[in-house]
Design a protein around this ligand. Structure first.
Ligand code: P6P
Length: 333
């Protein structure tokens, strides 16, 4: 089979859809290169003296792993010189990161969770990088956090890298979802799946069931009906998976269907769930909708939410459309 590189794919997409100007192509290629570097660091594990926790916390109050910080630095350094970005924002940094004055300012803004699934790093379970691309507001001079407050519908690109048995890059620029596998010998991304489509029906659900006693009634009802299996109202048996790495759970759902849930619960009413809107939920929602699935916060499409804070959290229900619509309907009743 003819090997299609990331660059060739992006140029072909530009010819077909006029959706990837040169600056955006450069941005995606640079992020792709940074993810290769992160994959290499992650793959070293103990041999690279990169496991374990740093003696610091991120803005979320979570203990940072050494690889969290290393991955964040890799993405910052890879992207600040190219002239394609005006600013960056990261789960690992409290405020936005404007491009240093020594470099030209570009028209895009990059948001990322540099290494999602940190709790899995030290036990060799798949983790990933999630990224989202917005356009800088016209006429913007010096970027502020407010310039990032754009709904998910404004994303011009989104993707993730998953560092598992294979390292893969999944990408959308608004014309379908395409997957690349890292050829480690050549050090290049090779197109391995075009136009990924999430099966509308599924028998798999993903949720951290240890939080069940804290769930709100619509989630409890939805999950209990699945647990009741073929004897219950759904009249079929379901299977559960929870990897505790959103990237790995979403990748499974993209390939074989399912629903991923991180709901708000009674523990922290002012913190609706654990996942962040701008650099976890929005990029994943873009990918999932482009693959024929759905993504809501239980009430509305995630990408319709008007952001107010850079690190705001949001409940997440995403995956096979029929299941997301059902659990969302339960929230309306
Ligand atoms: P819990 C990883 O820390 C993460 O942000 C997501 O990747 C993952 O889905 C979720 O948190 C796991 O959360 O509460 O099950 O550890």
């Amino acid at each position: 089979m003819k090997r299609i590189s990331l660059t060739q794919h992006l140029i072909e997409q530009q010819r077909l859809h006029n959706s990837i100007p040169a600056e955006l192509r450069l941005l995606i290629e640079v992020v792709g290169r940074a993810c290769k570097t992160i994959s290499h660091a992650v793959g070293k594990g103990a041999l690279g003296e990169v496991l374990g926790s740093a003696d610091s916390e991120n803005v979320q109050g979570e203990v940072q792993k050494k690889l969290d910080i290393i991955s964040n630095e890799i993405l910052l350094e890879a992207n600040e010189w190219g002239g394609h970005l005006a600013a960056m924002a990261s789960e690992e940094m409290e405020s936005i990161h404007p491009i240093p004055n020594r470099y030209p300012q570009g028209e895009y803004m990059l948001l990322f969770d540099p290494l999602d699934g940190s709790s899995n790093i030290d036990v060799n379970v798949s983790i990933g990088t999630i990224f989202s691309v917005l356009k800088a507001p016209d006429g913007m001079k010096s970027p502020t956090e407010q310039d990032f407050m754009q709904s998910g519908r404004k994303q011009v690109a989104a993707g993730y890298a998953v560092y598992g048995p294979q390292t893969m890059l999944v990408l959308t620029t608004g014309n379908g979802v395409h997957c690349f596998t890292l050829d480690r010998e050549m050090g290049s991304w090779v197109l391995t799946q075009r136009d990924m489509q999430i099966p509308a029906e599924t028998k798999e659900f993903a949720i951290n069931a240890s939080n069940a006693r804290h769930w709100h009634p619509p989630v409890t009802r939805y999950v209990n009906e699945m647990l009741a299996g073929s004897a219950g109202p759904r009249q079929k048996d379901f299977n559960m998976r929870w990897i505790a790495s959103m990237v790995a759970d979403v990748h499974r759902i993209l390939n074989r269907g399912g629903i991923f849930m991180y709901p708000a619960d009674a523990r922290e009413p002012d913190k609706p769930g654990k996942l962040r809107l701008m650099y976890e939920a929005n990029p994943m929602a873009f990918i999932v909708e482009q693959a024929g699935g759905a993504a809501t916060d239980g009430k509305q499409a995630i990408m319709d939410i008007q952001p107010e804070k850079l690190h705001q959290r949001v409940p997440v229900f995403l995956g096979s459309k029929s299941e997301v619509e059902l659990v969302t309907r339960y929230h309306q009743e």
